[in-house]
Design a protein around this ligand. Structure first.
Ligand SMILES: [Fe+2]
Length: 402
């Protein structure tokens, strides 16, 4: 998606004969919006339509929790999510709407199948762990702090190394680089918080020629359809185009600071259909002599704010810890805890690292959210009910957005 890439062998022109040891290869155009959007062209040893068995279909069932009260919430996920399943089956849905699903995942099993999201784009934020996302476009190495961006239609398999912890976004819409960061030709502008060099496409293409039994699960029509193949699905000898998986490290996001407080759009990293994903990174804070370095109270009347706290000292956000998720739903105001605006004055930097997703339509919650909900957060603006904090010990831990 970010720019033109080519890996492996492709013929001199599109749509002409291209052979491997005399055998005509199968050309596949994988594209968006009919034939008008971005596309990649892949050259397969075997027709990608070939299946030996259409296996079971497993519908997605969401275990919804409809709470009694409309209120701010705090979910503690660090200890609350046990390792379970693989990188797909182990995804545990926390909240969702028609535009985005937000899941937590701590896989501890290898995938013994391949996966393709046939109806959505994915962004997987790697909180902990490293490994390789093996894909039909080639290997995509990943490490903690990476956003792995996987466009729909990409067949892949996680090969994790060590313990893993992900925050997963899946969307039936496109997940893209914000348009305002790009010029009319697609190049990232000078004021964008990241550049093409920060974007890492697949590194190595491995062409598999083996026959045997291979299983592919495709997310489609609200469920998972399994297929059996008699060839390895990574049978591509080369591809080129604009559609492929890539990574971007949150540590490569160049924060934008101002003399007075900069609003969340300055942290935007991705744009989705009716939602955005933002990165809050360590940075210098607002430098006007009268600046208040933490945010003003705000009512985002028609958006919901979900924040996942990655690292840093969140002592000034009392009760918040690494792995915490806060949800500030639409229609009610939120802001710094009592006394913290005063305490923040004079602070010059923050060490926070957090991922935020703002949605423009209400989010629904799952029973997992009910399990992890601390039940107290809505009252944490009352001095007498606020949890103890240690902001005084490390003021650099101030959380710059609530
Ligand atoms: Fe907010």
């Amino acid at each position: 998606m970010p720019f033109y890439q080519r890996l492996g062998d492709v013929p001199r022109k599109r749509h002409i004969q291209f052979r491997d040891n005399g055998t005509l290869l199968t050309e596949e155009v994988m594209g968006l919006e009919g034939f008008s959007g971005n596309e990649s062209i892949l050259y397969h040893l075997t027709s990608p339509c070939r299946v030996t068995k259409v296996d079971e279909f497993e519908p997605i069932e969401r275990d919804e929790w409809v709470p009694d009260g409309h209120q701010h919430r705090h979910f503690k996920t660090m200890a609350g999510i046990e390792p379970e399943g693989d990188a797909i089956g182990g995804r545990r849905l926390l909240m969702w709407n028609d535009d985005v699903e937000i899941s937590l995942c701590r896989p501890d099993e290898e995938m013994d199948y391949f996966f393709r999201n046939g109806e959505g784009d994915e962004v997987i934020f790697v909180h902990e762990g490293s490994g390789t996302l093996e894909t039909i476009f080639g290997d995509v190495p990943y490490k903690d702090g990476d956003y792995i961006v996987v466009p729909r239609g990409t067949t892949y398999r996680f090969r994790p190394e060590g313990e893993q912890r992900y925050l997963v976004f899946e969307s039936p819409g496109l997940i893209e680089i914000p348009e305002r960061y790009r010029n009319e030709y697609g190049q990232l502008l000078e004021h964008a918080p990241y550049y093409h060099r920060d974007i890492h496409p697949p590194t190595e293409l491995h062409t598999h020629r083996e026959r045997g039994e291979f299983r592919v699960k495709v997310r489609i029509r609200g469920g998972y359809q399994a297929y059996e193949l008699d060839y390895h699905p990574f049978d591509v000898v080369g591809w080129d185009g604009y559609v492929y998986p890539w990574t971007f490290s949150i540590h490569d996001f160049e924060p934008i600071t101002g003399r007075i407080h900069m609003p969340p759009p300055s942290h935007q990293t991705f744009e989705g259909r009716n939602f955005v994903i933002c990165s809050f990174c360590p940075r210098k804070l607002d430098f006007d002599p009268l600046a208040i370095p933490i945010p003003y109270h705000h009512s985002n009347l028609n958006s919901e704010e979900m924040i996942y706290y990655v690292s840093g000292n969140f002592g000034s956000r009392r009760g918040i810890e690494v792995g915490s998720v806060t949800l500030h739903p639409s229609g009610i105001p939120h802001g710094p805890h009592p006394g913290l605006a005063e305490k923040s004055i004079g602070q010059t930097e923050t060490h926070e690292l957090a991922v935020m997703c703002d949605t423009f339509h209400p989010l629904r919650l799952t029973k997992l959210a009910k399990e992890l909900d601390d039940g107290e957060y809505a009252y944490s603006w009352l001095e007498e009910r606020a949890p103890a904090g240690d902001a005084d010990e490390d003021p650099a831990g101030v959380t710059s957005h609530f």
